[in-house]
Ligand binder design. Sequence first.
Ligand code: ARG
Length: 576
Amino acid sequence: MTYVLDEVINQKLNAVFADLGYDTKYAVSKISDRADLSDFQCNGALALAKSEKKNPREIGEEIAAKLRDDKAFAKVSVDGPGFLNLTLDDVFLADVLDKMAADERFGCALTKQPKTVVMDYGGPNVAKKMHVGHLRSGVIGESVRRIEEFVGHKPIADVHFGDWGTPIGMILAEVIAADGHLDKMETYDIAEITRFYKQANIRCKEDPAAKENARIITAKFQDGDPIYRKAWQHIRNISVEAVKENYRELGVHFDLWLGESDAHETCSVIKKMAEEKGLLEHDDGAFIIRLDEENKPKPPVIIEKSDGGFTYQATDIATIKMRVDDLQADEIIYFVDKRQSLHFEQVFETAEKLGIASGVTLRHIGFGTVNGPDGKPFKTRDGGVMSLDDMIQMSKDKVAESMPAPDEAKGFSKEYIDRLTAQIAIGAIKFQDLKNNIASGYVFELDDFANFDGKTGPYIQYAVARINSIMRKNQNLAAGEIVMTNPEERALGLKLTQLNNTVFRAEADKEPSVISDYAYTLAQLFSSFYNASPIMGAETSEIAASRLALAKLTRDVLIKLLYLLGIEAPEVMLKA
Ligand code: ARG
């Protein structure tokens, strides 16, 4: 059984509250807001004061008096209007750290209410190269997926491929314009398809008739015309392959490779349900559902366009039904650009009206854009859209500048160096993305994002590699029981005990930056610890063994944190 410090402290508070006849719902601790005063705090006395009609300080003192009998606390004080400040005893803290080190979950609880969480991220579109916007969705979604899994939920990640709209009709029209038929369709690879799409885009912008033609063709393949369907299938297949390769390189995983097309049949079911419930209206040839116009007016949802095609909104509503019915989702979370907020509000409200997701939590986690130094969406040097490939290559080139040449790195093959370069480059890109609050956009720092110093992925990777090297140097020493001998050890140790709290906060808020912040602080605290607390020069062999244990635990926790961010932790780092 994992020993969870937060729970243990709450149990201690609980016992005291119960003993004094106070409502135990206020017996909760949190990490202290005043690290100068305490390690943990409990604000229960303030809450109790109202119902008990007593002075909060008086209640605080009563509770404090009892807590002072507990050896776990070195100091218990009541401060300000009645804050209860708790400082852990060093022996107790060291024992907690020993327990963490012996536990494969490092003292992290498992959720008491495991849920099936369907996660919708990635969202690439057929025939279009992935750009940096798709990067954010994939990087954030993957990190949250790992966090959900770690705390004991069951995440199911679905890429929700954009494979059903007009772009396909445009490509088909373009191929027909070039070849006169679709017979050669299956000989075209992703580069050719992408070229057709680009041409089609230009043509449709200039010529309304071309646009109309693409629309008609779209309706045809959606309707099931076998020749058009076959061509569509080919475009979808090769696009999925290309996208899979991209995500493989980024370390982004999906359980399902479904798309908008998979919702097609269910769209008809939705339309019928809406009709039966009296929600469907015929409006100017289209079928729509009006939304609550009183509280927060929103435009109606268009289910079916006047040409008979289902909309992006319809596919999303149908997909909710499928995720609830087939996947038994308790929660569905969308990691999509925040500019689509209104779309999701409309979709969620419609789902509620239709009763297809009762008891299911629907959540849109909207994120901001990746910007260039000018504050506008990130572009290539020549002003084009920055594709994911370009960005990965750019990052690799940057990292390669600080890598030794293979003949200078003794004992390391070119393959190792190439792989290391990729691990660092991807780590740098991801960390830069995940160090920011999700909702805000960020400026891609071209010069600093891959530095070994500063708040970067490589800095954390380097901290891990450094501890690995410390462990190798002390191979003849075994890690022992942890003891606290100086303030730097204590600061590091205390931070380590906040892992459980950190992970659960990140999970609740779907916010990987909680993890990246913590990892950065932990790596910094390790540096101060190691400067102040030599292992080889330790006063006694027990202290040396304790420091080694603390170093090892820090390393293992950092590796876990990097994992939760979707970043690899290379064993050895090299520098030119
Ligand atoms: N393919 C869409 C786009 O590129 C994103 C899909 C997001 N997921 C969803 N269920 N709507 O904008």
